[in-house]
Design a binder for this molecule. Structure first.
Ligand SMILES: [Zn+2]
Length: 235
């Protein structure tokens, strides 16, 4: 299968979905990590151009850990809107990955970029397979419904998983991927007085306790017409 996680910022995927993606990769599936924005606002001191270059490399390094295909959306950080241009960009990203399974933020996430990326994915994941969509850069991928899952948010506030993936065996890989985001470990300290690695250890353990394993990531499935209702396709 082709799997994509598309998130607003570099590090969002590693925080919420990397253990699951590592499991897919281990099982031989094709994994894509797409970052919609350039992450250029994610520091109080480092200037946007320099920060963008740093974060792009950090995100690429994280994707390389599991051999994932990497897509850089390049939208300016904190400037995601559900306009036509953004929707076209999202459709092209999804076409490049041609996914069977899509992970993205939940619509009730705390960050506006996350909410709008979630909406853009929802607005684009059927349209990616329509051959006559105007003004797209890439041709339509396979027609049909992908299965869409929403992922957890920081500290799981207001998010109630309905499905879990046991990431006990890939938790070290998740930490390795997250550790690639060196700039963000510092930013979490500076902007939120938070140890990023400790936070994700606790959250993964907490989800694991709920699921009956050591470490887990939690998701909710988008239940809709003909969208994967007959089978579980999470690892
Ligand atoms: Zn984010």
């Amino acid at each position: 299968m082709n799997i994509i996680c598309i998130a607003a910022h570099p590090d969002d995927t590693e925080l919420q979905c990397a253990g699951t993606l590592a499991r897919y990769a281990k099982e031989g599936h094709n994994v894509t990590i797409a970052v919609f924005t350039d992450g250029s606002m994610g520091d109080l001191v480092i200037k946007p151009a320099e920060l963008t270059a740093m974060r792009k490399q950090e995100a690429k390094n994280a994707a390389d850990v599991i051999g994932a295909h990497f897509i850089w959306g390049g939208i300016v950080d904190e400037h995601v809107f559900t306009d036509l241009e953004s929707r076209r960009r999202m459709i092209d990203i999804l076409r490049e990955a041609d996914p069977d399974v899509i992970f993205t933020h939940a619509p009730n996430d705390y960050h506006p970029d996350h909410k709008y990326v979630s909406q853009l994915v929802f607005d684009s994941y059927f349209q990616k397979g329509l051959p006559s969509m105007p003004n797209q850069n890439l041709p339509a991928c396979r027609f049909g419904q992908s299965q869409l899952y929403y992922m957890d948010n920081l500290c799981g506030i207001g998010f109630n998983p309905t499905e879990y993936v046991d990431i006990t065996e890939t938790f070290e890989t998740k930490k390795e991927m997250l550790a690639c985001h060196i700039s963000q470990a510092a930013a979490f300290e500076d902007m939120a007085n938070t140890d990023m690695m400790a936070m994700i250890e606790i959250q993964s353990r907490f989800r694991g306790l709920a699921a009956g394993c050591k470490y887990a990531e939690g998701f909710t499935r988008v239940d809709a017409y003909q969208r994967g209702l007959t089978r579980r396709i999470l690892p």
